[in-house]
Ligand binder design. Structure first.
Ligand SMILES: NC(=O)c1ccc[n+]([C@@H]2O[C@H](COP(=O)([O-])OP(=O)(O)OC[C@H]3O[C@@H](n4cnc5c(N)ncnc54)[C@H](O)[C@@H]3O)[C@@H](O)[C@H]2O)c1
Length: 292
């Protein structure tokens, strides 16, 4: 397959990123994944690859493209580069950003501005669908008494990070209502290789369930605007509604309980039920004065 070097430039014409983009046969479905070098992006690369699909991987961290992949090194805060990266895509999976609490200016730039750019680039390039990685921290201050947290529960962010996720959901609602994009916001709970603490025995989203969830987001016909929780079928779960997840065709299959003994022995923790959904993100450790 022929390989061409694509130079992505900012509006001002300054080179900002380079990517080795393979030629895309017309019949291929292209899916742009932003933040593809991260934890979830790495999980999805192996789980979303299939014949007739091209995964276009974008990150500020350079990536090596494998079979059925293209790599683009660019920032999601660069509208020109993102619009170019969206070209010809059937869907954008927007993962890129800061995935923890951080000072406001960093969160505002990477997560809020970066998400605006992702939606606007999708609109400009005519991409019909965006799957947005939101977070349980958009509703982190929901008290235990309100479990299971309802689908579409009004934002109750626990951090600036959580505010940025609520803002991304609001952008998704705007781009759906005004421009007709299909937008699925995934309020992911705890997605990692395996649960590491007692809370995660309730909130774990396994890599395979994550693969199934994002696959459902790509294949469900005409979803419109959705807010969906992403969590596995954990014995200690039930903290959030799974109705919308099931409505888009996702049925979780994994259960963190197989790691319970190990986690309890390693951490010495016994009670995993916090006062609020967001767990430690709700504690004073993340007050503004303590952020660096
Ligand atoms: N893993 C979880 O448990 C979890 C839970 C809820 C939500 N999320 C969200 O899912 C997404 C992916 O999470 P993750 O765990 O893989 O995070 P991660 O930190 O491992 O990966 C984030 C990726 O985004 C990239 N990135 C950051 N800023 C960028 C920019 N301006 N342009 C391009 N790339 C940029 C980083 O280089 C990194 O590769 C994040 O938005 C995160 O907030 C994750």
């Amino acid at each position: 397959m022929a390989v061409r070097l694509l130079r992505l430039t900012s509006r001002a014409g300054q080179p900002v990123a380079h990517g080795n983009l393979d030629t895309v046969p017309a019949q291929e479905e292209t899916v742009l994944i932003t933040g593809a070098a991260g934890l979830i992006g790495s999980m999805l690369r192996t789980r979303l690859v299939r014949p007739g699909r091209l995964l276009r991987l974008l990150d500020v961290v350079p990536l090596d493209a494998g079979f059925g992949e293209q790599a683009v090194t660019a920032s999601t805060t660069d509208l020109a580069a993102m619009t170019r990266a969206c070209s010809g895509a059937a869907a954008v999976i927007h993962l890129a950003g800061i995935s923890r609490e951080a000072p406001w200016d960093q969160i505002a730039e990477a997560n809020i501005h970066g998400s605006y750019v992702a939606f606007e680039a999708a609109r400009r390039a005519g991409v019909p669908r965006v799957v947005y990685a939101s977070s349980n921290h958009a509703v982190g201050f929901t008290p235990r008494a309100a479990f299971p947290v309802a689908d579409y529960a009004f934002p109750a962010p626990d951090t600036y990070y959580g505010v940025s996720k609520a803002a991304g959901e609001a952008l998704g609602a705007l781009y759906h209502a005004r421009y007709g994009l299909d937008v699925i916001c995934l309020r992911i709970l705890t997605c990692m290789e395996r649960p590491r603490d007692i809370r995660a025995l309730s909130t774990w989203l396994s890599p395979d369930d994550a693969g199934r969830l994002f696959a459902a987001c790509l294949s469900v016909p005409s979803p419109g605007f959705r807010v969906v929780y992403g969590v596995s079928a954990n014995t200690r779960g039930g903290w959030v509604s799974l109705a919308e997840a099931r409505a888009i065709g996702f049925e979780p299959q994994d259960d963190a309980e197989i790691y319970a003994e190990q986690v309890i022995a390693a951490t010495g923790q016994a009670d995993g039920e916090p006062a609020f959904l967001g767990g430690d993100f709700c504690l004073p450790d993340l007050d503004a004065d303590r952020l660096t």
